[in-house]
Design a protein around this ligand. Structure first.
Ligand code: AHM
Ligand code: MG
Length: 320
């Protein structure tokens, strides 16, 4: 009857977050309200993806929905979206204590062939009540209070951390609710998958080349790793989180800072990885310790299982 209890005691994402927040006596439900607006955006994108909306429309639509939902929540002051060159400063009557950085629809080149895409988000708090400035979001990832992503794949799944582990919720379309299906996700310490765009190999640096070579021809007698690369960060990171292994978007000669954006791609995924027991490294340091100078800044990233990231770290350190 345990399975039945599980099926009838529905842990929605709202209930889950309310439970978590009740540990803080000063909590007044602001975070729950903010999150429910993010959830609304995710449900919208999920339904639009399922309707087969074409790429151009879907990009713009998703961004509009998230910006409007976040502003109307009354809980935000600064928003940074991949789709908007400038940050959005919320008008004073609608301001609140949170700042949200997000990529409303990541992996959009995959839309028109039906491959998984996702939304990525990170949340900061304002520490003051002055006029919000861009400095309120140019903060290291270790200051985020929450991060997550929603994957629009064979099912729609939202993975969230508020700093107390990583929890996965699956959208039940008949209820229109995200239900806790993957409590306390931990990434395996070591994995047997590597995930990278190997088409860029001719432009990689020494340590990256050596690392990928070792994935294919291990020196210690362990089996070779499998290569999996969707080309949607959310899908590639989601698989890495559940199965273990490593995801990398390294620097190369053409893109010395890699491709992925610090604020709304690297930081949220690094936050989740660490919360799940893995690591995220830039090639020089812990990813969450980066301090971005611009909102759309990029950084190389190596993230995943603890031991796998440890290996690339050793190669990078040996190289300098
Ligand atoms: P996008 O924000 O323009 O969609 O680009 C980000 C995506 C990530 O989802 C993915 O990890 C990466 O680009 C793939 O890049 P590439 O096609 O160079 O391998
Ligand atoms: Mg993106």
């Amino acid at each position: 009857h345990e399975a039945d209890a599980y099926r009838t005691d529905l842990m929605t994402i709202t209930r889950f977050v309310l439970n978590e927040q009740s540990k803080y006596p000063e909590s007044r439900g602001d975070f729950t309200i903010l999150l429910s607006n993010i959830v609304l955006g995710c449900k919208f994108v999920c339904s639009a993806v399922n309707k087969g909306e074409e790429q151009k429309k879907l990009d713009v639509l998703s961004n509009d929905v998230f910006v409007k939902a976040l502003v109307s929540s009354g809980r935000t002051s600064v928003l940074v979206s991949e789709e908007d060159e400038e940050a959005t400063f919320v008008e004073s009557s609608k301001r609140g204590k949170y700042c949200v950085v997000f990529d409303p629809l990541d992996g959009s080149s995959n839309i028109d062939c039906g491959v998984s895409i996702g939304t990525i988000f990170g949340i900061y708090t304002m520490e003051h009540s002055d006029e919000p400035t861009i400095e309120d979001v140019l903060k290291p990832g270790n200051e985020m209070v929450a991060a997550g992503y929603c994957m629009y794949g064979s099912s729609c799944m939202l993975v969230l951390s508020t700093g107390t582990g990583v929890h996965g919720f699956t959208l039940d379309p008949s209820l229109g609710e995200f239900i806790l299906t993957h409590p306390d996700i931990k990434i395996p310490n070591k994995g047997n998958i590597y995930s990278v765009n190997e088409g860029n190999a001719q432009n990689w640096d020494g340590p990256t080349t050596k690392y990928v070579e070792r994935c294919k021809y291990p020196k210690d007698g362990s089996p070779a790793k499998s290569l999996r690369y969707v080309g949607s960060m959310v899908a590639d990171v989601h698989r890495t989180l559940l199965y273990g292994g490593i995801f990398l978007y390294p620097a190369d000669k053409k893109s010395p800072n890699g491709k992925l954006r610090v604020l709304y791609e690297v930081f949220p995924m690094a936050f989740l990885m660490e919360q799940a027991g893995g690591q995220a490294f830039t090639g020089k340091k812990r990813a969450l310790d980066l301090v971005p100078k611009k909102i759309h800044e990029r950084s190389p990233i190596f993230l995943g299982s603890y031991d796998d990231v440890e290996e690339i770290k050793a190669l990078m350190v040996a190289d300098v």
